[in-house]
Design a protein around this ligand. Sequence first.
Ligand code: AMP
Length: 351
Amino acid sequence: MIEPGSTIGIVGGGQLGRMLAMAAAELGYRCHIFDPHAGSPAAEVAAFWTRAAFDDEDALRRFGGSVDVATYEFENLPVEPLRALGDKLRPGTQSLAIAQDRAAEKQFIEQQARVAPWRRVSTLSEAQAAVEELGVPLVLKTRRFGYDGKGQVWIRSADALADAWQAIGEKPAIAEAGVDFIAEFSVIVARWQDERHAFWDSPENEHQGGILRRSTVPCSDLIAAQVPEARQAALKIAEALGHIGVLTVEFFASADGPIVNEIAPRVHNSGHWTIEGAVTSQFEQHIRAICGLPPGLTGLMRGGAVMENLIGAEVDRWPELLAERGTHVHIYGKGEARPGRKMGHVTRVKR
Ligand code: AMP
């Protein structure tokens, strides 16, 4: 067990690291952030900060020597250098390696659960073959460095293919059949080294332009009916990865049941509502899991919650949001409110 008073290393300094560090502080831990950028949201609330590139193995080794356990808060990290952290790293590099390559991810997940029909594509002619085999609509997604809808282009007719292939930069990609989903939801699970695990209520997620707009718990009855199967799938995935900590699996609720869209080997935007809406937040639970502390209860605090992201200039609405009684406002402290950038979120707990 890593006891309170110890130091937790977090690779990545974004808002997820910030909220992890705040939860860790509540339990009496200190956090050490590893991030190359000045003014990172997490470093601002943590005791220590190493400013170094994510592939700087020497810096990672020194960082590893200064912490009692380490974790990561986003998946676009080079995997090899992280091996310098050895078994202090929880979850391990396996979860990261699978989650950061969409082809490896699909191939891995389809052994545990249902995914949309997909093909690997590395050339325009492979993309053509995928359109012929899978039909349209179809989405091309770059294998790496995609998030919040980035690196994705929809193909709605075969003659749009060449432009789409160019639009994703002619990079190694996957072609995925469009899923005619009824709704989207996620399963967030925390898993301990000794295989204990805990789920939260599954949020119903609404996206706009590939970015999460809103998460609502409880979800609709239609989703609720698919949650047991989705939880089984998520747990199978977590077990197959040997995952320690929080893992998020995003699903499409289709007429034929849950279909996995993608996994995130970490706390997730669709779980932000747990800070005020659940007995134990995803952030605290992740800290508990990686430190080997007992699991916290995950039930709803009240009747449920709605979390909405503040994207780009929406964060400027903070005065009116703060004036709303009972609304919890979170501002990540990022400098520039660029379009599409997640600047904060608000949670309204149902009474
Ligand atoms: P992703 O980055 O893969 O999570 O995609 C972002 C969003 O795009 C998803 O949450 C969906 O709303 C939509 N999307 C991605 N892939 C598909 C698909 N195969 N079929 C339908 N919608 C999709």
